[in-house]
Design a protein. Structure first.
Length: 349
């Protein structure tokens, strides 16, 4: 099977975009217009997608027994998690008083919901990669995921508010809804790696990327006003469209070249530090000193401190994993793990 190279810059672009979107969605207090702190959903789905894509590249290059494969994946998550969380405990950001506190911080880290989510996906995604061999089988998978999602929403959700991306409303329903949707985006990444690895984007993909993002925000803004909450899961349509067109746009030859030539070093650095940035940025975000700094200097200080700490934590390791660093052409080295909250350390190696 034809594979794109492990240092494919389109994946680096998507990883960097994903971490920027996720972090930006937490910065509403830093902007003069709070609504600018958005994009978290797009960042989340990009991370799961890229993780699935990278997992398949690695699996297709070297298929491993489940236990060996799973052990390596979990180690890539738990090593940075242990390092960063231990630092945050020592500085008082997190408190551990009971064994339960330890478990929900270090083992199943509730504060970093993405990590237990992706670890829960490892077993089923291994099955998808190893057992599904045809496009038809993938279509059946996506149909089943869609049906389960629709049934869960239709039967259990109280359709009085927007819940598809809101943890604070009907949590017992929102969590499984999000898990189902994001597993679908991860499986889509596997599908695209298997069947669309030679795809190149066109100008139409850029247009449709912008239109899908606009459609998502317009639809969500209209909920409860012009569109009843009973129809809210339609927002998954432009959300999924954004994901597909983002993948294709990142592979547009001109777009890719312009981004890498002008921002290649930054893209490579962010793509290689996404897990560390994800783990540490909330600590920086809650520093009181940032509230005394005016916009946009507050964002500059925040970004500088976050990246600096992420680099420091990336250099602390117990395994032989190579630290992330850009090379002259702005690409990640082929042997880098490029860990991300999507654990895009699932890159082929």
């Amino acid at each position: 099977m034809t594979l794109i190279k492990s240092n494919d810059t389109s994946l680096d672009i998507l990883k960097a975009a994903a971490i920027l979107l996720v972090v930006n969605s937490h910065l509403d207090e830093f902007y003069p217009i709070p609504q600018l702190g958005t994009g978290g959903m797009f960042g989340n789905e990009l991370f799961f997608f890229v993780s699935g894509y990278g997992l398949f590249l690695s699996f297709d290059k070297k298929a491993e027994p489940l236990w060996q494969w799973l052990k390596r994946r979990l180690a890539r998550i738990y090593e940075p998690l242990f390092v960063v969380v231990t630092f945050l405990v020592l500085v008082g950001h997190f408190q551990i008083h009971t064994l339960s506190d330890f478990f929900w911080l270090y083992i199943v880290s509730k504060v970093y919901w993405f990590l237990p989510a992706i670890m829960a996906f490892y077993l089923p995604i291994y099955f998808v990669m190893s057992r599904l061999k045809t496009k038809r089988e993938y279509i059946y998978l996506f149909v089943v995921i869609s049906i389960v999602y629709i049934l869960l929403f239709s039967i259990f959700a109280e359709k009085t508010a927007w819940i598809t991306e809101n943890f604070n409303v009907q949590t017992s329903v929102v969590v499984p809804l999000r898990m189902i949707y994001y597993f679908g985006t991860m499986a889509l990444g596997v599908y695209m790696a298997r069947y669309q690895s030679k795809t190149f984007g066109s100008n139409y993909d850029i247009v449709f990327l912008l239109l899908s993002a606009a459609a998502y925000y317009l639809f969500v803004a209209s909920l409860g006003r012009f569109v009843p909450f009973q129809l809210q899961i339609i927002d998954r349509v432009p959300a999924a469209a954004f994901l597909v067109f983002a993948f294709r746009a990142a592979r547009h030859p001109t777009v890719n070249r312009v981004i890498i030539e002008n921002f290649g070093g930054m893209i490579a650095l962010l793509a290689g530090l996404t897990l560390q940035i994800y783990l540490i940025h909330d600590y920086i975000l809650h520093m009181d000193v940032l509230r005394s700094i005016a916009f946009p200097a507050n964002l500059i200080v925040f970004a500088t401190a976050t990246v600096a700490l992420a680099i420091m934590f990336d250099k602390i390791r117990f395994s032989g994993r190579t630290a992330a660093k850009p090379v002259p052409d702005g690409r990640l080295r082929p042997d880098q793990s490029a860990a991300s909250p999507s654990m895009a350390s699932e890159k082929a190696q």
